[in-house]
Design a protein around this ligand. Structure first.
Ligand code: ADP
Ligand code: MG
Length: 660
């Protein structure tokens, strides 16, 4: 009789979800998927236990709100019966007298208010009958709908073990229909979310939480409602059911052997473990009394979730007071009156277990999270799954993401930080290079201006001093002075020429050039002292490059001259030409003195020279730099000037693209 209603029970408020994976961890059936960092309840898998609602610190999980439907029922013609769950004294501890609460429920428009606890009395009797006549069968209690859903979906082979007995709620509904007419509508009010989907014999189910809001919405208070007692039939010990160790125990057979073989388990981990052991046959001789929450008084539909023991005490007090005024005779009469009620219940196996993906695939996913060996399987549970393997399976099934793995995420973060550091460094270098070339450009402009202005007067000085020198007679002391003037003027001209070279804005005239021949030629056009050997090394297959011959010759000879000047005691000048399809590299290396660390960043600055006056202008390297840049190339220096660190020497590496 009666079937489950398949409602979507729990929803995620996406804006509030902060992806802590607590709901995944607490969900006993892993009915929560994380997609793009958002938690989503998979309603086909959900058993309505409400754990996720309880544990979410952000209130990002909400359950189905049935208030409007109840409201609609109350507005209809049919009488509506409220069935109040026996856990109500635990919720409504702010009421001095339960009759105030009953009065308020009536004020909402309910025709009658009865206690589900009477249903529990009937059901307890039925369990007793079942256990007395079980003929060796063992049962799993079926009063907790979340447990029933769990068995139906995740242990379908055990469905035949579910006690074929209606829950107290359904029993109470059947009582209500018999008592108040088949057209009566039944609304269950209790601490449970799963009840909303348990049975189509219940028209609606709301939680205590929703009831309180309904009072508020309608402005119903203790003061403006008149207190009244429950309508009959009145319960006896069934009222203690939410704090007793379950229904089977409510049967009250302390001296019976049955008591010895009832395993009571409550809470999401315990009930699963009990079922697992039961299924394996380890508990074959035992009945299972299972509750998904730590007793119904800890249900997710209660307004607060603390004070377990105060709640127990409240229920105890309520039942004690009730029993003190209950006439046993009346109760017996009521039980007899409803003896004919059918208390049977059938259950349906609907297998929702997921197929395990094949091991290769699991391994592949584990690998993608950097888990290659057994030690990498930390099974830390941060992702919400007990093991790395379960997490990998959930990823394959599309219910989880690898970012949920904390060690993996940290590893990735480290990598990103490292990459960021590298690009920061690159950025700093680029900025320095930019500043440098800006400086060079400014210097270039200035030098061009000065050089241009000096060039003409210098020409005049050179010309006239040469004339005077030629006219001066041999032996005339003036002739020596004039020779000095000519020599120094010549030097000035060289400097000015260098400046003009450095600053010129000529374009690059590319022509296809055999670079190895070109390098040979460059070495031939400089004076190489006897104590210096030269060599050309090449690892090129294609010798041809597009370069401006004049400019590149200047650049190369400048580097070669510098190299020679760095080897006053002789050495080796070696030019190595390398490259690939795109670029050609020319390395001009010497075994000279090397460049001290502190000079490195000044090398390309105009007028930087360490050579004595008259020897160096400090314009060679800036010129080389300009020319290389004009060829869209780059220049690097590697040098060692410290004999303690190894052989001294310098390598200037020019890299230019073959084609522009
Ligand atoms: P200059 O040769 O007129 O001094 P450069 O611009 O050509 O000007 O070189 C600047 C300075 O760089 C040189 O004075 C020298 O200190 C240093 N330098 C350049 N090339 C080398 C090299 N191959 N070995 C050692 N020092 C070098
Ligand atoms: Mg030089």
């Amino acid at each position: 009789m009666g079937h489950a209603k398949r409602n979507k029970l729990v929803f995620t408020v996406k804006d509030k979800c902060r992806v802590c994976y607590t709901c995944v961890r607490e969900c006993p059936v892993k009915a929560i998927s994380i997609i793009n960092g958002q938690a989503e309840v998979i309603s086909e898998r959900c058993i309505g236990c409400g754990n996720c609602v309880n544990v979410c610190s952000q209130d990002a999980k909400v359950f189905l709100d049935s208030r409007q439907s109840v409201h609609n029922l109350l507005k209809s013609e049919d009488p509506v019966i409220a069935c109040l769950a026996p856990s109500f004294p635990a919720e409504f501890s702010d009421f001095e007298d339960y009759k105030q609460l009953v009065g308020m429920i009536r004020s909402l428009g309910f025709y009658r208010v009865i206690e589900v606890a009477f249903g529990a009395d009937l059901v307890a009797k039925e369990y007793k009958r079942l256990l007395d006549s079980n003929g060796g069968s063992t049962y799993i209690s079926s009063d907790c709908p979340a447990i029933v859903f769990y068995v139906e979906h995740y242990h379908p082979e055990l469905v035949s073990h579910l006690a074929p007995v209606a829950s107290p709620m359904v029993a109470a509904a059947r009582v209500a229909k018999q008592e108040f007419g088949q057209n009566a509508k039944v609304v269950f009010i209790g601490p449970c979310i799963a009840k909303k989907a348990e049975s189509d014999e219940i028209d609606e189910a709301i939680t205590f939480m929703e009831l309180r809001i309904m009072f508020e919405d309608e402005g119903i208070t203790k003061e403006n409602s008149s207190a009244s007692d429950f309508d009959g039939p009145h319960p006896k010990t069934g009222a203690i059911f939410p704090v007793s160790r379950g229904l089977l125990q409510t049967v009250n057979r302390k001296d019976d052997i049955v008591e010895g073989n009832i395993i009571v388990a409550s809470g999401k981990d315990n009930f699963k473990e009990a079922i697992r052991e039961f299924e394996k046959g380890e508990l074959a001789m035992n009945h299972l009394e299972l509750l998904c929450c730590e007793g119904c008084i800890m249900g997710p539909g209660m307004t607060t979730c603390d004070k377990l023991y105060t709640r127990r005490a409240n229920i105890g007090n309520y039942v004690r007071n009730k029993l003190s005024v209950l006439a046993d005779e009346n109760w017996k009469n009521d039980i007899e009156k409803f003896e004919n009620i059918n208390l049977s219940q059938s259950f349906q196996a609907v297998d929702r277990r997921l197929n395990r993906p094949d091991s290769d695939e699991i391994e592949r996913v584990l690998l993608s999270m950097g888990k290659t060996k057994q030690e990498d399987m930390l099974n830390c549970g941060v992702c919400g799954y007990d093991t790395c393997e379960e997490h990998a399976i959930a990823i394959i099934l599309g219910n989880a993401e690898n970012e949920m793995c904390l060690p993996f995420a940290i590893e990735r973060l480290h990598k990103s930080v490292q990459e960021l550091n590298i690009s920061n460094e690159k950025l700093a270098n680029a900025r320095q290079a930019l500043r440098h070339s800006e400086k060079l450009a400014n210097m270039g402009q200035l030098s061009a201006g000065i050089a241009h202005e000096l060039n003409n007067p210098l020409g005049v000085i050179t010309m006239y001093s040469n004339i005077l020198k030629d006219e001066a007679k041999q032996g005339d002391p003036v002739k020596k002075d004039l020779e000095l003037i000519v020599e120094q003027a010549e030097r000035c001209k060289n400097i000015v020429g260098g400046l003009l070279n450095f600053a010129r804005k000529t374009q690059v005239k590319h022509s296809e050039t055999n670079i190895v021949e070109f390098v040979k030629h460059s070495l031939q056009s400089i004076v190489v002292p006897k104590n210096i050997n030269t060599e050309i090394l090449t690892e090129l297959s294609d010798f041809y490059v597009m370069i401006d011959n004049d400019q590149m010759m200047q650049a190369l000879t400048n580097l070669e001259k510098n190299a020679i000047e760095a080897m006053p005691n002789g050495g080796l000048l070696s030019v190595n030409v390398k490259g690939d399809e795109k670029n050609v590299e020319i390395n001009v290396c010497d075994t000279g003195t090397g460049i001290p660390e502190e000079h490195m960043d000044k090398l390309f600055t105009p007028f930087f020279t360490t050579k004595e006056a008259g020897k160096g202008t400090g314009l060679g390297l800036p010129l080389v730099y300009g020319i290389v840049k004009m060829h869209k190339g780059s220049i690097e220096v590697v040098s060692n000037s410290n004999p303690e660190k190894g052989k001294t020497g310098t390598c200037f590496k020019i890299k230019i693209p073959r084609y522009n």
